[in-house]
Design a protein around this ligand. Structure first.
Ligand SMILES: Cc1cc2nc3c(=O)[nH]c(=O)nc-3n(C[C@H](O)[C@H](O)[C@H](O)COP(=O)(O)O)c2cc1C
Length: 413
């Protein structure tokens, strides 16, 4: 047998191609982020354990937290074929604005613990994708800084009702002055749920330094360098107020802090009070029963977020996906319904809409994305949801949001 190097090279090339070497570490990391779970895994590797558990954990046995995403797995599609799906339109009307898709980013407190850019990065990525973002009262960047970071953003402000009502009124006034579109009033946090991963670690905000923390910092050098070379993290909107020092250096145990400052007497009357301060749309975040959905409509709010705070408050509470249909049947014509919790794929958004939701919202997925790759991680995540939604619609024969109907899904036996 004769040895022909050119022939061998041609044979070799017919089965093997060398990849171009990517010199950008972030884009290399993103190439491995094919699902939300991949981002979670990378965030877990990059963040100190206490920080990761603060994001990832839920209340008590975490039964509700798990069900939030597993509930979507209990739905099957009934796709229709042979429909022209050459054009797929995921756009939707949401409270007076046309959005490229029915997805928004939920409020999360202390976001800067995942990446030094914190809420600024989330707001920029959301604005680039044309999607709304709700800033938390417990944010680590101020209402005004977030508005300035993404001047074209569709910003919402999430209200926690403090005992100090003047502070709430002041925050709402600042949100109005900064051009925020609407409010989310969180109604499921009279006291803090027992997040046992945090209790076990004695987790404080900011984390207290002990031998364990130092070792954790050494084995997560990327995060540690980012953390120590940037200004101290603080609750930017309430710094200097009751229970908060000016520079964020006093560690806070979240449960104690909420007990001291949040108003446990919060009631339906307070919804009317908030309405008197704000003439734009209000969403009640944390509705978990049909009865309360009806009361929300009676209270005159424009939206309800079916939510259990990502399973971080009352364990064994119902999951959003399980209550969309009964709530939509009862009040779907009167109020915008947002499914907030457990959404991990574009196909989950399609399922939620088929059951009667108008919109979905995500929390942890963008925190994992931040931990994995900062703002670029969040942009990558939002592309992933958009792409997944388009593909699901094409494969199930639905060309626009209006065509996503109840016939599209059934509960698996
Ligand atoms: C780390 C973390 C912090 C949160 N902080 C807030 C908050 O400040 N205000 C609020 O209304 N909800 C907060 N939430 C709940 C989210 O807004 C949202 O309801 C939840 O994350 C949705 O579930 P998902 O994480 O499965 O997407 C937080 C959630 C997480 C994971």
């Amino acid at each position: 047998m004769s040895f022909d190097p050119r022939q061998m090279y041609a044979t070799f090339r017919s089965v093997v191609r060398f990849r171009e070497i990517d010199t950008d570490p972030v884009s290399r990391r993103l190439a491995r982020c094919v699902t939300v779970d991949d981002m979670r895994r990378i965030a877990k590797r990059r963040l100190p354990r206490g920080v990761f558990d603060y994001i990832d954990g839920g209340a008590e046995d975490e039964v509700t937290m798990r069900r939030n995403s597993e509930g979507f797995g209990a739905l099957r599609f009934r796709p229709n074929v042979l429909r022209d799906v050459s054009e797929i339109d995921t756009s939707v009307d949401f409270m007076g604005t046309r959005l490229p898709m029915p997805l928004m980013l939920s409020p999360t407190g202390y976001t800067r613990i995942t990446h030094s850019q914190g809420e600024l990065a989330v707001a920029r990525a959301a604005a680039s994708a044309g999607l709304p973002y709700s800033l938390s009262t417990m944010a680590t960047r101020s209402i005004e800084d977030v508005a300035a970071a993404a001047p074209n953003g569709n910003h919402w402000f999430q209200v926690y009702t403090w005992k100090d009502r003047d502070l709430v009124a002041e925050l709402v006034g600042r949100a109005k002055a900064a051009g925020y579109r609407g409010l989310w009033l969180t109604v499921d946090t009279a006291v803090l749920g027992r997040r046992e991963r945090d209790v076990r670690r004695g987790y404080t905000i900011p984390p207290k330094i002990g031998p364990g923390t130092i070792i954790d910092g050494i084995v997560h050098p990327g995060w540690t360098l980012d953390f120590i070379t940037n200004p101290p993290i603080m609750f930017a909107n309430v710094a200097g107020r009751e229970g908060h020092d000016e520079d964020g250096s006093d560690p806070i145990v979240l449960a104690e802090h909420i007990m001291r400052n949040f108003d446990q007497r919060l009631s339906w009357d307070d919804v009317a009070w908030l309405r008197s301060l704000w003439d734009g749309p209000i969403v009640l975040k944390g509705i978990q029963t049909v009865d309360d959905a009806r009361r929300a409509v009676d209270a005159g709010v424009e939206g309800i977020a079916l939510s259990n705070h990502g399973g971080r408050q009352l364990d064994y509470a119902p999951s959003p996906v399980d209550i969309i249909e009964p709530v939509a049947t009862a009040v779907g014509e009167q109020v915008t319904i947002i499914c907030d919790g457990g959404v991990r794929r574009g196909s989950d958004i399609v399922k939620a809409l088929a059951l009667g939701a108008d919109m979905c919202s995500i929390g942890r997925p963008y925190l994992y994305a931040m931990g994995a790759a900062g703002e670029r991680g969040v942009a990558h995540l939002l592309d992933f949801f958009r792409d997944g939604m388009e593909r699901t619609m094409a494969l199930s024969g639905r060309r626009s949001i209006d065509e996503i109907d109840r016939d599209l899904v059934e509960w698996a036996l």
